[in-house]
Design a protein around this ligand. Sequence first.
Ligand SMILES: Cc1cc2nc3c(=O)[nH]c(=O)nc-3n(C[C@H](O)[C@H](O)[C@H](O)COP(=O)(O)OP(=O)(O)OC[C@H]3O[C@@H](n4cnc5c(N)ncnc54)[C@H](O)[C@@H]3O)c2cc1C
Length: 351
Amino acid sequence: MAVLADWIRGGIPAETATLVTPYPTLRYSGMVPGWISGQYSRDDGLVDLAALAKRAGVKLVLDRCDGLDLDQHSVRTASGAEITFDICSIDTGGVGRASHILGDDPRIIDVRPIDRFVDQIEGMDAAKHIAVVGGGAGGVELAFGLRNRGDGALTMVTLITGKEGLLPRFGNSVRRRVSAELSRQGITAVEADAEIRGKVLSAGAAALPDIDLIVAAMGSGAPQWPEESGLACDPNGFIAVDQYQRSISHPYVFAVGDVASRQDRHVPHSGVHAVFAGPILADNLRAAAAGLPPTKSYVPRIANLYLISTGRGEAIASFGAFSAQGQWAAKLKHWIDTRWLTQYARLSGAK
Ligand SMILES: Cc1cc2nc3c(=O)[nH]c(=O)nc-3n(C[C@H](O)[C@H](O)[C@H](O)COP(=O)(O)OP(=O)(O)OC[C@H]3O[C@@H](n4cnc5c(N)ncnc54)[C@H](O)[C@@H]3O)c2cc1C
């Protein structure tokens, strides 16, 4: 989106440009827990990609990238189209890992892709006991959101964090706060890996026979097609990029966000980093289109602000070792999120 924004402001740096996206909108996943808890409506948090593409003068193809022919410089789509390019930029996000880790079970709903998750969770009002699998920020927010579902359903929620425990990439102080809030809301947290044995979900010594819905929030997995296409990937299958977000094997391919893996330094997969790296990518694409070497590199800050919504009008703020909780943090989260969305709504001509 930052690239589209750059092209709306400064013009497309090439003769033509094509956006391949399965949906005409992008759903901001950070607002999905708030939609579940009734804070937002279903359409809050949608960015109109079709309108942004139109404004930028970019051709829109509603399809899914399914592979690359790197010799022919073309993208193969799910419907079988071939789209040729001089430069390709990939920001397709991560894929769900539930079936890989938990196997196939009709009760599982993966949070990725997020649009399918929203469709699926909408029809699940009857679920009385939900297990959320994944103890990262996404899993925690979903556990709070589901406990406080907007439909007023009295939902029991168990959070199975995985054996790394609750919020493994956060400081002790925020972990303690989240843990206390989970207890306050009657959400049981089990710090073990989830497993499905003979149709029964279990985690460590705990068996959870009465679970009727399993929400899998176990982080981003890599799609298979980048590696199958011959792009250099990290050991987990994410596109290996240098400090310029450029493929280390094919310099005319760029990648950013959860699908990419920086090789020069560790950049975790998270929305914060995907968003901040966007303008850097836009600059480097402009340089590459002009035949110049890229120069900009995204350097993550020492600490980033994360705001975890509790589903009850408060949020827990985390910044490095510091944490705090209150309604003010929820208001700040709402302000940051809506400001980010409003800039794209304005650029698309909607506001
Ligand atoms: C419930 C939840 C809450 C979260 N909250 C936060 C938060 O508060 N803060 C934070 O930093 N992170 C948060 N995250 C993580 C964050 O959502 C991701 O890290 C972030 O969305 C990654 O951005 P991205 O641009 O890489 O991918 P995405 O935002 O997933 O965007 C990928 C885009 O590519 C499209 N696409 C997918 N496959 C293809 C294909 N094959 N061809 C073409 N297009 C394709 C998709 O339709 C989508 O438009 C949350 C995640 C979840 C699940």
